[in-house]
Design a protein around this ligand. Sequence first.
Ligand SMILES: NC(=O)c1ccc[n+]([C@@H]2O[C@H](COP(=O)([O-])OP(=O)(O)OC[C@H]3O[C@@H](n4cnc5c(N)ncnc54)[C@H](OP(=O)(O)O)[C@@H]3O)[C@@H](O)[C@H]2O)c1
Length: 332
Amino acid sequence: MKAIRIHAHGGPEVMRWEEVELPPPALGEARIRHAAIAVNFSDINQRRGGFYSAEPAPMPLILGNEAAGLVESVGPGVTQVAPGDRVAYVGVNAAFYQQTGAYAEARNMPAARLVPIPLGISDGQAAAMMVKGLTASLIVNRVYRPKPGDAVLIHAAASGVGLILAQWASHLGATVIGTVGSPDKARIAAAYGCEYTILYREDDFVAAVRGIAPKGVHAVLDGVGKDTFMTSLDCLRPFGIIVNYGNASGHVPPLDILDLSKKGALSVSRPGLSHYLKEPGALHTAAAELFSLAADGTLKIEIGRTYPLRDAAQAHRDVEGRMLAGSIVLIP
Ligand SMILES: NC(=O)c1ccc[n+]([C@@H]2O[C@H](COP(=O)([O-])OP(=O)(O)OC[C@H]3O[C@@H](n4cnc5c(N)ncnc54)[C@H](OP(=O)(O)O)[C@@H]3O)[C@@H](O)[C@H]2O)c1
């Protein structure tokens, strides 16, 4: 089969379209013929190297964490799925930056980690809502649940996770303010649950937020990190919470915990998807909830652009260039 592999960390140019040997599925594994593979910002961090893990990544490495497709064959002992089933997955058994391998035409996966895709959800949507939708689920179900009357600030609201969070928070009754990098992204964010949008590369977003919510917002959901985190503390009302779930602009600098008291008894959370998915049953319960919210139209899964899998390097360039909105999907 063909796959996108890297032999060393670096820019998009290290991504190579190569022939790779795929062994038959082992005990407890199923072979998935991929129909859609979603790109996540963590793929870029993994490609760049040294971002999450102090351990060197095993090379050569196939990138990617989330995909959907058809079960082609199963190894011994598999009862959960059968050939012909349409399934999606996120990660394997480890943290999401380990045991990658989705940027490939096919892959062997532990059958217990596969989620059946219901009718009415396309392969592209299913792939696009694995890491991104489950990250939104992690925030809404474990960290901060928006409620009617809350004001919520979502950074990079037109990003893959951002659009899902904006719709979910709005569905739960919150007033959603989204920051975005361009007027086009503002239009998209507005169509996906943001009552207000702020062009945070041009305007002072703290002043804009205070203009909309003079007492401050109840929560900030931040996947941007370095460029937004510290300033966002000034957007919160007393006892507000900031949830930093990502680092698209880089790591958040060290925080003096006393500042949280000075700025209004604030809370900080830094959740990670792998901890959520380690809870027994969480993967299947959370995926079922997501599929149901997508099927009834509460969550629209925006596929911003698709690329042939062999052009994954171009997809990375465009994501890093902040040119895209919604989820990006690779088609083998
Ligand atoms: N905690 C977890 O377990 C978990 C799970 C999944 C994802 N994440 C993280 O969540 C974040 C969002 O993921 P995603 O897949 O939704 O991202 P995405 O769709 O690729 O969007 C990222 C957005 O971040 C904004 N951005 C700000 N500064 C940027 C920079 N220097 N370079 C590139 N983009 C920048 C851009 O939007 P604007 O142009 O509007 O500024 C960009 O479109 C990522 O940091 C990802 O690693 C965390």
